[in-house]
Design a protein around this ligand. Structure first.
Ligand code: CA
Length: 476
């Protein structure tokens, strides 16, 4: 009799625990998985939830609508490689001279060997770490993803690629063609026959299934929708109503990206780990709005890729962690530098002061625990040509945005109030000289803490290979 009563009591207790949610809380003490998805040159307005009318993105919309959509999410650089260096180190990449892309004679450069990625710290803490996609942080063996914290790699160890193996099928901008098609599985060459975005989505979903029982970190760096413009009929058919050929192919590439994101999210659900997985989606820089590549839309922001105006550095930015973040829209400025401390804190890794991370753990802010803005001020520096002091730059402080285009003819600082003028049209510098002076002073102070750029855009005539300065080869 007593045994039966005890048994009944046990069942009642269990039911009460289930109802109160305590059991799921106990189960969730496991370290969360982390999936970081980066798109390449995706426009601010090229996702449905960000305002796109002509591109169907149901999966990205579902991600944003079931997580936190950050309206003022920034990256640290307006082009691929510097932005990725900032994301993976959690440090302003200008601190180690990684201001611009490497190209031509600088092609052997990459992420400074002296820097440590947060991925290495996650791996040291027992996470299984994997990467799928485009690296763009150095092609040399010692700069390869497998040398920078990743235990598994599938993708492009170089600087970007075509989407289809056939020769001369990709159009860069409106005219130039390009075929680069070289991939690795771990460190070995591998042949990819699928449409590249499909291959990356499938590979990412497989990684999740394979490691569903371990805490894992997966970095999926899609090449899409960066040029060359290449899409398959399956995706083109979805956007056949778009009359402009460039925009139509770009839209098809975004639709493929959306499908691939859907496969990743489905894999989390199928493996029953969606609730305890952090999923972050952002673009590495703004959409390409240059005249020759004019396919993306950053509306209502000004300019795009390569610019320190909002269109170059403010990007679609969604974070989802069902166990911690209430669904909503977050309007305080955040930056990709925040991802490293957010992930490390979630993984229960203590951030050491000597790592000198620049961002903050976003979890207290996104969970609603801390109502203050995460940042007092954010900075940008972008280097054009190597001409001394021809920096493009920007400062964001509250609603204020200070920006300098960097080209000598336009090198004056301009000031905008983004609350009233998100398109940065109405320069208020002349009527706010004191504010401009204070913000310039803060930027100059920050600039003094940076290294002079290690390389600049080298012309084709410059044949001298890049050599690391001695101090960048020693680990701190
Ligand atoms: Ca990019």
């Amino acid at each position: 009799m007593m045994k039966t009563i005890r048994c009944i009591l046990k069942v009642i207790c269990l039911a009460m625990l289930l109802l109160s949610g305590d059991l799921s809380a106990a189960e969730s003490s496991a370290k969360p998985n982390i999936v970081l998805i980066v798109a390449d040159d995706l426009g601010y307005a090229d996702v449905g939830v960000q305002g796109a009318k002509d591109i169907p993105t149901p999966n990205l919309d579902a991600l944003a609508n079931s997580g936190v959509r950050c309206t003022d999410g920034y990256v640290t650089g307006p082009v691929c490689s510097p932005s990725r260096a900032g994301i993976l180190t959690g440090r302003y990449q200008e601190r180690f001279g990684h201001d611009v892309l490497f190209w031509n004679s600088n092609a052997n450069a990459g992420l400074s060997p002296k820097e440590t990625t947060f991925v290495q710290h996650l791996r040291d803490a027992g996470y299984v770490t994997g990467m799928v996609g485009k690296w763009h942080l150095g092609k040399e063996e010692y700069l390869h993803p497998m040398s920078r914290g990743f235990m598994e790699f599938f993708g492009d160890p170089g600087h970007g690629s075509s989407y289809l193996p056939e020769k001369d099928t990709g159009v860069v901008g409106r005219t130039e063609k390009r075929t680069i098609y070289e991939f690795h599985r771990n460190r070995e060459p591998v042949d990819i026959r699928e449409y590249l975005t499909d291959a990356y989505g499938n590979e990412a979903a497989n990684f999740i299934s394979k490691h569903a029982k371990a805490p894992f970190f997966l970095y999926v760096a899609f090449n899409a929708p960066h040029v060359p413009l290449q899409a398959t009929d399956k995706y083109l058919a979805r956007v056949s109503g778009i009359t402009d050929a460039g925009r139509r192919t770009y839209a098809a590439m975004v639709s493929a990206l959306d499908d691939a994101v859907g496969r990743i999210l489905d894999s989390l659900t199928e493996n029953k780990i969606a609730d305890n997985t952090i999923v972050v989606f952002l673009s590495d820089n703004g959409g390409d709005s240059r005249q020759s590549h004019d396919n993306a839309s950053n509306y209502p922001l000004s300019f795009g890729k390569g610019s320190t105006y909002e269109g170059g550095i403010r990007v679609p930015f969604f974070l989802k962690w069902p166990e911690k973040y209430p669904v909503g829209v977050y309007r305080q400025p955040i930056i990709s530098l925040d991802l490293a401390p957010t992930f490390l804190a979630a993984a229960d890794v203590r951030v050491e002061p000597e790592w000198k991370l620049d961002g903050v753990d976003l979890t207290p802010f996104l969970s609603g625990e801390n109502k203050e803005p995460p940042h007092d001020i954010l900075f940008w520096r972008y280097w054009f040509t190597g001409e001394k002091e021809s920096f493009a730059a920007a400062v964001r402080q509250g609603p204020w945005k200070l920006v300098r285009a960097g080209l000598s003819a336009q090198s004056n600082w301009k000031l905008y109030n983004l609350d009233d003028d998100i398109g940065e049209k109405n320069d208020l510098a002349k009527s706010n000289p004191e504010r401009v002076a204070r913000m310039v002073e803060r930027w100059e102070e920050w600039n003094k803490s940076l290294r002079y750029p290690l390389w600049h855009f080298a012309g084709p005539q410059d044949k001298t290979p890049f050599v690391w300065p001695e101090d960048q080869l020693q680990k701190h």
